[in-house]
Design a protein around this ligand. Structure first.
Ligand SMILES: Cc1cc2nc3c(=O)[nH]c(=O)nc-3n(C[C@H](O)[C@H](O)[C@H](O)COP(=O)(O)OP(=O)(O)OC[C@H]3O[C@@H](n4cnc5c(N)ncnc54)[C@H](O)[C@@H]3O)c2cc1C
Length: 227
């Protein structure tokens, strides 16, 4: 898509550290997600409207959930019978393989480790996110949170993001959608359909979604079930 120089500089090292595998062992669709433009538009995405909600996602989610009962810090699997007995319909947004006690085998995930620092400067990197594409640098990117919402604080908070292998108990951030995992995921999805459980989101659907895509998918699912 981009020729050897750009591939070596921007794509190869970054992709390999992100996925913990050589590029030759990864499916090509991963890279097809990367928009390629021959213009000076340095936005990542092609969408005409881009941004984050004013005040961040917490505010928008709080408003969406106004008047709805929410119980936090409750694991569905700690008291599955109680939750199943409370509603006619379950929408499950956790790990797809765990839902059925791994009966068709385990799905693979990638995880991340975050290291957050408070720095005594009002501006560390001048940008919300800077990516490090070299394989030798152990982190993939550094986020400086104040730049997402034009923070004027005297100090700054930065987070270094390190790719990590997923192990039991870690947060499963990304699904590994390849020829090994995809057929297993499909079997779990068929079982969910049979048992009338609605699957949702990146873990339930076992696929990568951006925020806009996951919201679009949620609206589609509502249409499918409500209409
Ligand atoms: C590191 C990272 C960076 C990203 N950057 C971007 C970006 O720059 N732009 C962009 O558009 N998108 C980005 N995304 C993608 C975006 O964050 C996701 O698409 C979105 O958050 C997915 O929403 P979701 O509802 O599917 O999943 P989640 O937000 O994971 O929601 C699932 C919910 O289910 C709950 N849950 C799971 N298991 C259980 C259980 N057993 N019991 C009870 N509750 C349970 C979880 O606690 C969680 O609240 C990024 C994702 C990651 C991981």
């Amino acid at each position: 898509m981009v020729g050897k120089d750009i591939y070596q500089k921007l794509v190869k090292g970054y992709t390999e550290k992100q996925w913990g595998r050589d590029c030759k062992d990864l499916p090509s669709f991963i890279i097809k997600r990367l928009p390629v433009r021959f213009t000076y538009d340095n936005n990542y995405f092609d969408d005409p409207y881009q941004g984050v909600p004013k005040g961040g996602y917490t505010q928008i989610v709080e408003k969406l959930l106004e008047g709805i009962d929410v119980e936090l810090n409750a694991d569905y699997f700690d008291d599955k019978e109680k939750w199943d007995g409370m509603a006619k319909q379950i929408v499950y947004t956790g790990m797809l393989d765990k839902l059925f006690d791994y009966c068709y085998g385990r799905l693979q995930y990638r995880s991340l480790r975050f290291e957050t620092k408070v720095l005594d400067t009002d501006n560390f990197q001048g940008n919300a996110v800077v990516n490090y594409t070299e394989r030798e640098v152990p982190y993939t990117r550094v986020a400086e949170h104040k730049h997402f919402d034009f923070g004027k604080q005297e100090k700054t908070v930065v987070t270094y993001e390190y790719p990590a292998t997923w192990t039991e108990g870690a947060e499963p951030f990304y699904s590994v959608k390849d020829d090994v995992n995809e057929p297993i995921a499909q079997k779990y999805k068929a079982l969910a359909k049979e048992k009338n459980i609605i699957l949702g989101g990146r873990l339930g659907d076992y696929r990568y979604y951006n925020m806009d895509a996951v919201i679009e998918r949620a609206l589609e699912v509502v249409d499918e079930y409500v209409k």
